[in-house]
Design a binder for this molecule. Sequence first.
Ligand code: DGJ
Length: 527
Amino acid sequence: MFARDDQSEGAPCLRRQGTATRLVVDGKPFLILGGELLNSSTSSLEYMKPVWDRLTRQNLNTVLAGVSWELIEPAEGHFDFSLVDGLVKSARAHGLHLGLLWFASWKNGMSSYDPLWVKRDNLRFPRVRFSNGSVPEILSPLGTATADADARAFRALMKHIREIDGQAHTVLLVQVENEMGLYGDSRDRSAAAEAAFAGQVPIECSRYLSAHSRELVPELRAPWMAAGAKTAGTWTEVFGRGTFTDEIFMAWHYARYTERVAAAGAAEYPIPFYVNAALDGPASKPGEYASGGPLAHVLNIWQAAAPHIALLAPDIYSPNFAERCQQFSRSGNPLFVPETIRGPVSARNLFLAFGAYNAIGFSPFAIDAVQPVPFLPESEADRAAVGAVYGVFRQIEPLVLEHQGKGDMTGFVLDKEHPSLRVTLGGADLEIGLDDLFDQKAEWGSGIVIAVGNGEYYGMGSGFRVVFRALPGGTGRVGLGAVDEGVFRAGLWIPGRRLNGDEDDQGRAWRFNPWALQLQHCALYRY
Ligand code: DGJ
């Protein structure tokens, strides 16, 4: 089906630029304008046939798609990659890249995608135990034979991906497992887990905490310091008593297990691997949310335990999008949003992710759903919102990539609670606020502004206005020299209308009105 292919120089990898980390493919930086498929879509190539055109119509460049352990290894040691082959072929035929989701030992905390030969053998592949004695359908992260079996399958998958895609690079990255973490108890109470919990914190963990003590997230640093910043001891000696210690213990074990799987895959084809997190609620406790999952407050535990995992990625369905981006941008963790809602809110949030947090990608969930999904109430127009923004965003993608991590770009979402912000960009002071509509403030504004030097800026978005001021101590004042709408074609700026008069409030502000998505250039002058 595929010519044998060996890994080339340009295989996807992550590279730093200033304060940002970029995904680099074939030597060029790449921004994932993505969407994630419903969980079961890729279990049937037939089902997928009409889906591909719908995806390209949404202007995606990358699709996140499930590959399940159960379907690639139905009998132990017997692999069937026909679904993977079909997926890669169809993605290529539609000019799309792929992120693969390795649905294996855990999916949303449960173990539903492991093969039946794993599910049936509870002795070799032990399950967790809750404190009330019950044994749910959840594999224990302390099961070493389970980790080995998962790792063997993942290694076979990555070997196959290298063989069919090591040159073409359709597959950009792989998510290892899905939304790990224990629901129902704060930690596993199986015999193996109890013994490990009574034992010493592994030396790799305590050494990492001491070596990185200044970069630790405060939620982790505080209990560790309060317990005496110990470099040895049991889990309760090092982290104190309480369910947070249970969570740290689980995080270590989920992460160690994941590391075994990821390292096995990397031995064949080391492209970026990541894990995704089901986020904790405001007042919930470990076990009510996924205890030990790759959450922001245990970020450093995951970093210590799983060096083959390049990043922890939040699935952001909650309204506090900016706060979540910030939490997952700490301790050097690059931001990637693999799942979020589809509608107009996401069409605004993507500016924040790319412009303010240097995200490597953004990807609403259920991108192939044509019917409203029960947990994502949305209209047909809502479903088109992100795709419409992607369509225009593709024009400025090279500019965004060029400026990520350099301190001359910002992205924002404005609303009644956050009506304005001030930033210094390109040697001027910018006050960015909600646009006015016939003396009424717009309800929403969102966009991205990039300073490209010489007092010139590009902006994209809607519902905001920018007032420029000279920096304190600078000479003279600044005014709008020229404002143009336009398009980028093959990387070249083609100006359209010159925007004066009402369009720039007679020279007072660089405006992006609320009823259209605009791309504009403006040049300042001094007087
Ligand atoms: C998050 C999971 O990661 C997805 O696979 C899917 O189950 C969604 N939740 C559904 O809300």
